[in-house]
Design a protein around this ligand. Structure first.
Ligand code: NZQ
Ligand code: ZN
Length: 383
């Protein structure tokens, strides 16, 4: 395996009823900004659970954070933090709420424009308000990573930013909070976590290693658990398996000793920036098509994927046949759970493909070195 340094400082409180840990976690903070999305937490009782544990604190609220969170909500949050001297941000919701809150946390500590300063210029000095999370859906893993992804609609850009100061201090992960999740979001989150695992798995080294064996096990868990959760949304075991798998998929564990890829995410972020595509649904379309483009030089890894994840019988098959079968199995899985597998299903106009390819900045990875025309080919193949 490659050399690595593994760092993850997030304290996780996992399981039903763990929200009560908020009292202890927040005992040293007084002015709390609670951030959330379009109101699901008010319908499913999570808001009440949180507020019950914030009694005695001075609480401010920022609501209405949308999926694919945008710059406007970040500016709004920064203003609240600066005007009220907020000393802790508690993000309650899905990955969008968490990401928006992370951007607010760092944006509130500078007088510069947060987008230009952090997302365009990068590597600028950073400070951030401390942040904790109560995550209500499984998918992004934002509850245990130091990244946030923000959309700038005017500039047609969706960019990520990562820093160690953006790791939450703690995260409450209660699988019962996901029972109310609409089926569409359950499917999308599942595609997202699966894609996160593959972004690391399909990167060198290709030979069998501890990290990839963990990844194979996570992928099998996701496959089994989503099938159960779709049939019975209140199956605690399936929900907890999905939640923990999604957290582990991006907390650094599955990247240890691997070179990492993440180009499928680059390809998806362009779809979201142009057409507000739901992240996981976009990945279900582009990731298998990216793999079809790069598999030829990495047959050893695809062989393991076929046999160990999809239980494909290798008897009398060439490695190339196995690789292609494994990608078909992946696409069939996405289809089976109700995700799209073509850009057409996402209502992307074909005549935008060239422009989207030109606006997707790729970089060299151990699996690929995509040119603009390669990206165009992948999008066209996905159509
Ligand atoms: O806004 P509310 O009313 O809360 O409703 C949300 C939203 O409409 C709803 N929802 C969430 N939990 C619910 C619920 N509805 C009922 N019951 C619950 N328990 O689901 C909808 C989608 O929420 P959102 O937060 O947008 O979903 P997700 O967690 O998939 O986040 C997607 C965003 O995260 C970014 C994506 O690009 C996208 O912008 N990502 C963040 C990453 C990170 N920070 O590391 C990595 C990922 O690769 C990804 O890029
Ligand atoms: Zn993702």
């Amino acid at each position: 395996m490659n050399n690595f340094t593994f760092y993850n400082p997030v304290r996780v409180h996992f399981g039903k009823g763990q929200v009560t840990n908020l009292k202890e976690e927040l005992k040293d903070y007084n002015k709390i900004l609670v951030t959330y999305g379009g109101g699901s937490i008010k319908k499913n009782g999570v808001y009440d659970d949180v507020m019950e544990n914030l009694k005695g604190k001075e609480v401010f609220e920022l609501s209405g954070i949308t999926p694919n969170p945008r710059t406007d909500k970040v500016y709004e949050g920064i203003k609240i933090c600066k005007e009220n001297d907020i000393d802790f941000i508690l993000a309650v919701g899905g990955g969008s709420t968490l990401d928006c809150s992370k951007a607010i946390a760092m944006g509130a500590k500078t007088d510069e424009d947060f987008w230009d300063y952090f997302f365009e210029e990068k590597n600028k000095p950073i400070d951030a308000i401390k942040l904790g999370t109560v995550i209500t859906m499984a998918g992004t893993g934002s509850e245990m990573d130091g990244s946030c992804v923000i959309s700038n609609i005017e500039r047609k850009k969706k960019y990520g930013y990562g820093h160690r100061l953006l790791y939450p201090v703690f995260s409450i992960i209660d699988p019962t909070y996901t029972y109310s999740l609409p089926k569409y979001q359950l499917i999308s989150g599942t595609c997202d976590m699966f894609s996160h695992i593959m972004e690391e798995y399909f990167s060198e080294p290709d030979y069998e290693n501890t990290t990839d064996n963990i990844s194979e096990s996570l992928m099998k868990t996701v496959i089994d658990s989503i099938r159960v959760a779709l049939k019975n949304p209140e199956d605690y075991q399936a929900r907890s398996n999905l939640m923990w798998a999604s957290t582990l998929a991006i907390n650094g564990l599955t990247a240890t000793g691997k070179s990492s890829d993440w180009l499928s995410h680059k390809l998806e972020h362009t779809l979201s920036a142009y057409f507000d595509v739901t992240h996981g649904m976009g990945l279900a379309v582009v990731h298998p098509n990216y793999l079809k483009f790069v598999y030829k030089n990495h047959l050893e890894k695809f062989r393991s994927f076929a046999i160990n994840v999809w239980n494909i019988d290798p008897e009398e098959k060439t490695d190339e046949e196995l690789a292609l079968e494994s990608i078909v199995a992946l696409q069939n899985f996405f289809k089976e759970i109700g995700a799209p597998t073509t850009l057409r299903e996402l209502d992307i106009p074909k005549d935008k493909i060239k422009e989207m390819a030109e606006n997707t900045a790729a970089y060299k990875t151990s699996y690929s070195d995509l040119s603009t025309s390669d990206i165009e080919t992948i999008y066209n193949n996905a159509y």
